[in-house]
Ligand binder design. Structure first.
Ligand code: TA6
Length: 304
């Protein structure tokens, strides 16, 4: 595992990129004329990004635990190689392991950091670990490229390094920061099919042209590749999420604390998860030596 001193010695860029420690976890801090941001080596977890003079675009729970065996609550947890509770796959009948897989609770390695044209580029990787091997995942490589700029651009690449097929689910489980979720409007999912996790995974179709929120919402939308636009009238802004090679879009708001210990009583009002993903029937199978790249980006504009 890279130390704080090693990261600063190898990658710090004066005035742009530095590393510090928060609650024992190493954090990269980014400041450019175009934006500011933060990312942890624990889980390659982005916890902040905002264009200059804007409010945070990512929600981070004030009660988040920053611990090496827990996922950070908020920002962008990386979900891999299964989404939610582990279920049996064609390769493995196993159902043990942490919620949303192991990638978000493992230390990642920083391989690259560079600043060009007002954008800060980071590249991190995850290879098999003791935990992943104990769960039967010993032949994969994951690379995560992050571009912090006026937009936030993410690229998650998974390669099968073994001799057997590699079956996985993935999600960039993004917690968007909204002023008031009850006023938020989500465009881009009209007539899309989803699995309703609040109704025992019943398969449904969204009949409303614009999705609004008035109760718990927990939906993997299947076969959805279009951009998602979130209007947030209370912060007078619009967030656009684009996707590449992502066939699932997950929308989640618990509409209450829902017993989540690291979420404050009213934290849910200010978060809306819009996740670029490949889960359920959109899960990916890679043959030996094959790779899969999923991309997503976030941009902001004022809401007229
Ligand atoms: O992406 C939505 C979801 O799968 C919900 O079902 C909800 O439980 C959430 O993720 C959070 O999961 P976590 O394991 O981070 O508490």
């Amino acid at each position: 595992m890279q130390t704080l001193d090693q990261l600063n010695a190898s990658f710090a860029i004066p005035g742009v990129l530095s590393f510090d420690e928060h609650s024992g976890l190493i954090r990269a801090r980014i400041t450019t004329p175009a934006c500011s941001g933060e990312a942890y080596m624990h889980g390659a977890h982005i916890t902040a990004w905002q264009p200059a003079n804007e409010q945070p675009v990512l929600f981070l729970s004030e009660k988040s635990l920053f611990a090496s065996d827990k996922a950070i609550r908020g920002g962008i947890p990386i979900v891999f190689p299964w989404f939610g509770a582990r279920t049996a796959t064609p390769e493995s009948p196993r159902t043990d392991g942490p919620s949303h897989g192991f990638a978000r609770i493992q230390p990642w390695k920083l391989d690259f950091g560079a600043y060009a044209a007002d954008e800060l580029h980071l590249s991190l990787s995850l290879e098999p670990t003791e935990l992943s091997r104990s769960l039967g995942f010993d032949n994969f490589l994951v690379a995560y490229q992050i571009t912090f700029g006026k937009e936030l651009k993410l690229r998650l690449s998974v390669a099968n390094d073994g001799t057997q097929p590699l079956h996985f689910e993935e999600a960039l489980h993004t917690y968007l920061h909204v002023g008031d979720v009850s006023q938020a409007r989500v465009h881009g999912l009209y007539e899309a099919e989803y699995l309703d996790k609040t109704d025992n995974f019943a398969r449904k179709t969204q009949t409303e042209p614009i999705l609004t929120f008035n109760g718990p919402t927990d939906r993997p939308y299947l076969n959805t590749t279009s951009p998602i636009v979130v209007d947030d009238p209370s912060l007078h802004r619009r967030i656009t999420v684009t996707k590449g090679n992502s066939n699932t879009t997950v929308v989640w708001n618990p509409w209450g604390n829902a017993g989540i210990p690291d979420l404050s009583e009213d934290g849910w009002r200010h978060m809306l998860c819009i996740e670029s993903a490949n889960v359920a029937e959109d899960a990916v199978t890679l043959q030996p030596r094959e790779a899969h790249v999923m991309e997503t980006s976030f941009s902001l504009e004022a809401l007229a």
